[in-house]
Structure formats: C-alpha cells, structure tokens
Design a protein around this ligand. Structure first.
Ligand code: MLC
Ligand code: AMP
Length: 504
C-alpha cells in the first residue's frame, strides 16, 4: 500500500476561489487581514461579553492605534512580546497590533506557575509582556526587570500610527512553546507564511466563509484557538464570539443566537454530550474536534443525540493543521481524515511515524539548531512523534505516540517535567508519569512513585509539592505506589509495562 499522501482536490476542492488568500513571499497575516478589512468596514467581526460587537473597521483602527503604542514603547520588528490573557477583544487587538509591527508574539498559558514562566522568559528573551494577572506583573518584574509590562488593553489614547516595516512571509510571527518530541519546552518559530498556509488550508477545507460565526471557547494561547480559530476567522472575513472559558450553556446559547461553527477539544464534546440541551448543537453547520483523540463512541453519541457528525482533524503547534476529515465526504469516527491542501504526509517505513512537509511546517526551534536538526529527517520531513496507519479508504488513523506525552483535556503534559518535580519530594525515591485513559479528560495524569524507605506519600502532599512549579492541569490526578519501576538495560523506564502490571 502506498504510504505517502498528498492533499487531493477530490477531498478538499480548491478550484477557483475568489476568496483565496495571497500566499506569496510578500504575504503576511496583517496584510491578508487588512485586505478583508478594506471592504464592508461595518461588518461585525468579534464579540466579547464586555465589549459587545466590534466591526472590521474597529479592528483595523484599534490595532493601528495599539501598534502605535507598542512602537512608542520602543518595540521594533523582531522583538519578542509575551501575551497572556483571557480571550477578549482587547487581547485580539493587542495580538494583531504586535503582528502589524512585526513583533514576534509569544502566547503563554495563564495557568503557568512562576517557574514555567521563568523558563519561557529566559528562553524567548522578550522585550515586553502584556499580561492580565497582577501576580504575573510581579513575577516578571522579579525575573526580568528590563521587560516592559502592560495590560493587553492598549488602545486607550489615539496617537500617530508608526510607519510599519514591510513584512514578508518568511518573517517570524509567533513562538509557540511546546516540548516537541523530547526535552524542555522550546519555542516553535512560526512564520507569517506558516500561519497563513495553516489558516488558508482549513478555510478551504471547511468552506469557511464570511457568513460564518465561530463560537470560540478555546484559550487563545494555543494553536487550536489562536492559529485555527482566531486566524481562520480573520482570514476568511467571518466573525467569532469570544468566550473566556468553556461552558456547554454558553456554547449552546451562541448556537441558538446564530453562530454557525464550533471548534473544541474532546473534553468539551464530552461535556456537551452530557448536557440536556445537546440537541441544540444541531443549529451549527459544522462542529470540529481536535488536539486529542475523539473516541468513536463519543462521535456516535453526538450523532444520536444531536444529529451532528463531528469533523475530526489533526494538527500540532509546529505544523498547524495537517489532516482533516472531509467537509462533504464521509467523516469517519476514529480517523483524522486526509491531508489538508498543501500538506504532504508519509509514514516512516519502519516505525509508522507520521512525517510531514508543507508551507505550514515551522521554521525550526528558537535558538536550538540541534533540536531543529533532530526534528527533521535527512530529506526535510518533519517528524511528528505520532504513529499512524491508513485505513482502506485512505483515512489516516492515529494509533499512538512515539513521543512521551500525556494529553489531558487537550492540554499537553510532558511527563519528564512532572517526574523531575516529583523526584524532588523527600518521600519520593523515583517516579514515572503516564496517562490513564479517562472518558472526560482523555487521559488522567498518573504518578507511579517508588517511596523513600519507610515513607508512604499521599496524592495531596505530592500535588502541594508541585504548587508553584507546575500548572495545576499537570498535577497528577492518580497515584500508584510501587516497589520499583520497570527499566530496560539502558535504564529507561518501560512505561507500557506499568499499565500492564495490573496495579490500576
Ligand atoms: C483545567 N484543569 C485541568 C485541565 N483544565 N486539569 C487537567 N487537564 C486540563 N486540561 C483543572 C484546573 O487546574 C482546575 O484544577 C480544575 O481542572 C478546574 O479548572 P477549570 O478551569 O474550571 O477547568 P475547565 O474550564 O473546565 O477546563 C477544561 C477545558 C480546558 C477542557 C475547558 O482544559 C481547555 O480549555 N482545554 C483546551 C486546551 C487547548 O486549547 N488545547 C489545544 C492545544 S493546540 P485545580 O486543581 O486548579 O482546582 C494543539 C494542536 C491541535 O493541541 O491539534 O489543536
Ligand atoms: P501540541 O504540541 O499542543 O500542538 O499537540 C500536538 C499533538 O496533539 C499531536 O502531535 C497529537 O499527538 C495530538 N493531536 C492533535 N490532534 C489530534 C487528534 N485529532 N487525535 C489524536 N491526537 C491529536
């Protein structure tokens, strides 16, 4: 069977599309958005509960003013700017303004603790930070006093617009922090060209059009909410309702008030399926799931309860979206579908690892040439660390991961980070972290601990020990005390044996 796949016009008709986006060397995100904003300036584009609706014209004006403020604060093209805040129009204005100025945006999860923020600050070397938590302003002042810190609400006073540098598609736009397949969190450098290609492929594949309105309940510090939800909305000239946090009622309220799209992680769909209003999901024209596997059972339950066939897709921080079930063809439960327009994909002949190429694939890890070299094979294919197979219809099915990663509620937890923190507890001799399958969260972070002699640490003690070191979503939810960890001859813990040990 052929193990290489390329986007096929039969699945995602590209055709002659009057809305198609400029993907040439001169293209940038702000240039593409500005084209949309040049017409129908009074079209409502973004909504949040505090601001209400803002129009295309508002976004163009407010982001120009905000870019002026950033420029006035001394920021220049290529400078890094940390942005961490709940989803809001102000946050979007700040994000667009930073990109207009040619800054490199570093989105950061607001749940991070001081030590996690410290790593990113040291690595990204930012010149400014826009944060909405007073505690973060304090931490930043201690960690990097030279960094300019402000709230994301930037466009308070009008002032002169700066003369903006011309951006090109190869200019970096974003550092997306991720551990990749190994090691400490590193910044995936995504260029304007990568982000444009990523958003354009889903615009085409999902028939995203200016009449669409997305219910955006995902955080705007990860690729799903930011690179797909927000950038896709702005690129297709559509609109979005921004919710600062997820609740089934808020999503379904928006669906009954005219929204047409919803993108969520599987945990959100589990909670929607439990709502007695689940049938209202059928008001939406398209529901997309990703960031973690959507079980075939949940797919079936949503179809039975709401008549909705959820469209599952697969992506990564380093690559944006790679593979998607078709908009018009069969959406197969348990599969992620076909390569998106522009994406080439093949399976490694020995390991079945998914390898990809395309304009959406990132430019490398920030200031880490060795990690970058390791992430690509000798022919320039990016190694995703995911294992796949094609079914008889050519749909990709993900069978597991070659990388050590637990995905809980769509959030990535790198076992190594939690293991190191657990080992520093005096009652812990050794520790390993795995994911235990769970209906709501996908996987539950599970600590396997060899206690120090005579000790018997409790889950709550270990969790408190991680306070200040790891964000709460990384804390173990289950604890298994064991006499020893199964290691191979090289000393590596054989995690698959832990789950087979019958201790669960
Ligand atoms: C919150 N908590 C979690 C958690 N989220 N625990 C484990 N896993 C998670 N994902 C914890 C909190 O720390 C808190 O614990 C308790 O749960 C309740 O917090 P909450 O804020 O009320 O939770 P909730 O709002 O219900 O959050 C659940 C969620 C959220 C599913 C809405 O996790 C979420 O938005 N997930 C989406 C993440 C995402 O965008 N992923 C995309 C990555 S991009 P305590 O102890 O503090 O009380 C990517 C590429 C691609 O993967 O393909 O898309
Ligand atoms: P991140 O590093 O946060 O971008 O997470 C990317 C990882 O999420 C991928 O490498 C996959 O392991 C996983 N992922 C994303 N979408 C899916 C999906 N639909 N099914 C299974 N895993 C997924």
């Amino acid at each position: 069977m052929n193990r290489a796949r390329r986007a096929d016009a039969a699945h995602f008709p590209v055709g002659v599309d009057p809305e198609s986006v400029d993907l040439t060397a001169e293209a940038s995100l702000p240039a593409a958005w500005a084209k949309r904003w040049a017409s129908q300036t009074s079209k409502p584009t973004l909504w949040d509960a505090e601001t209400g609706w803002v129009t295309r014209g508002d976004l163009a004006r407010r982001s120009r003013v905000a870019a002026g403020r950033l420029y006035g604060a001394g920021l220049r093209k290529g400078d890094r700017i940390i942005i961490s805040a709940g989803a809001s129009v102000d946050l979007v204005v700040a994000h667009v303004a930073a990109l207009r100025l040619g800054l490199i945006v570093v989105p950061v999860n607001g749940a991070y603790q001081r030590a996690e923020l410290a790593h990113i600050v040291a690595d990204a070397d930012p010149r400014a930070a826009l944060v909405d938590q007073p505690e973060w302003a304090r931490w930043l002042a201690e960690l990097a006093p030279e960094v300019t810190v402000a709230s994301p609400r930037l466009d308070i006073d009008d002032n002169d617009a700066p003369s903006l540098d011309q951006l090109s598609s190869g200019d970096p736009a974003l550092l997306g922090y991720t551990s990749g397949t190994t090691g400490a969190p590193k910044g995936a450098v995504l260029t304007h060209g990568n982000l444009l290609a990523g958003a354009e492929s889903v615009r085409i594949a999902w028939r995203w059009n200016p009449d669409d309105c997305l219910v955006l309940a995902l955080p705007l510090f990860h690729m799903h909410g930011l690179g797909v939800g927000l950038h896709g909305t702005l690129l297709s000239g559509a609109s979005a309702v921004l919710l600062d946090g997820f609740s089934p009622d808020a999503v379904l309220d928006a669906a009954t008030r005219g929204a047409t799209l919803f993108f969520g992680v599987p945990t959100m769909y589990t909670r929607l399926a439990q709502s007695d209003r689940v049938a209202e999901l059928s008001r939406l024209r398209l529901c997309v799931a990703g960031s973690a596997p959507l079980s075939a059972d949940l797919h079936r339950r949503l179809e039975e309860a709401a008549g909705v066939r959820v469209l599952e897709r697969y992506g990564m921080t380093e690559t944006l979206m790679l593979v998607s079930n078709p908009h018009d063809g069969e959406r197969r439960a348990g599969t992620v579908g076909y390569p998106l327009p522009g994406v080439e994909l093949r399976l490694d002949s020995e390991s079945d690892e998914v390898l990809v190429r395309g304009p959406n694939v990132f430019a490398g890890y920030w200031r880490r040439p060795e990690a970058t070299a390791e992430a690509f094979d000798e022919r320039g294919w990016f190694r995703t660390g995911d294992l796949g197979e094609f079914d008889e219809r050519g749909h990709l099915r993900l069978r597991g991961r070659a990388k050590e990663l637990v995905i809980s509620g769509g959030m990535n937890v790198y076992p190594r980070e939690v293991e190191d923190a657990l080992r520093s507890h005096p009652d812990v001799e050794d520790a390993a972290v795995t994911g235990t399958p769970d209906e709501e969260w996908g996987e539950l972070v599970t600590a396997w601990v060899v206690p120090s002699a005579g000790q018997s640490p409790q889950l709550d003690d270990l969790r408190s020990h991680l306070d200040g070191v790891c964000a709460h979503f990384k804390h173990p939810r289950l604890l298994r005390l064991v006499d020893e960890l199964p290691r191979n001859a090289l000393g590596k813990v054989q995690k698959h044996l832990l789950h087979q040990s019958g201790l669960e």
